[in-house]
Write a new protein. Sequence first.
Length: 171
Amino acid sequence: MLRTHKKNVADKIQNARFDDYDVDLVEVSSHAGSRPTHLDYQGRIYSRSSKSKKYPPLSSTSYGKIDGIVTGINCNHRLYVYIEGVSVQRYYPYNKKESIAKYKESQRQRLLERNIRKAKHQFSMLQSMKVDENYLKDARRKITYRQAQMRQFINQTGRTRRYNREQIVET
């Protein structure tokens, strides 16, 4: 949530600069594993004002919506200034089939991370309740099992493990 908020503030500042310098054309970044709803919009050039006859309007995308490109929650896409005749297009659309497969992998990893956090939270609660050691052993085993699932997944897919996403915050 905080990451999305910070990005939205940065996007508002960027849009203000675009307005200050009369920037109309923007290029949307692209990356493998983006949301399936973003695949058709990424790696393309758009007109912010909708006045360009060559480029589609940015408003024709999901831009500005809660799950939209660039502005959506947890969206990693960015806008870059594009000056026709000067700029060189740096981003291009990804293969849909490959991108959807990468997205599914990312969602599986998020699920495994949530499962690890949940097991750690349960262990922490049991520990604070000073329950019998057998319950704690079972809870530790659950954490170990879920971490093993994550290791197996990482080894199979070659993805990077994000240990910070497996941490719980004690209050």
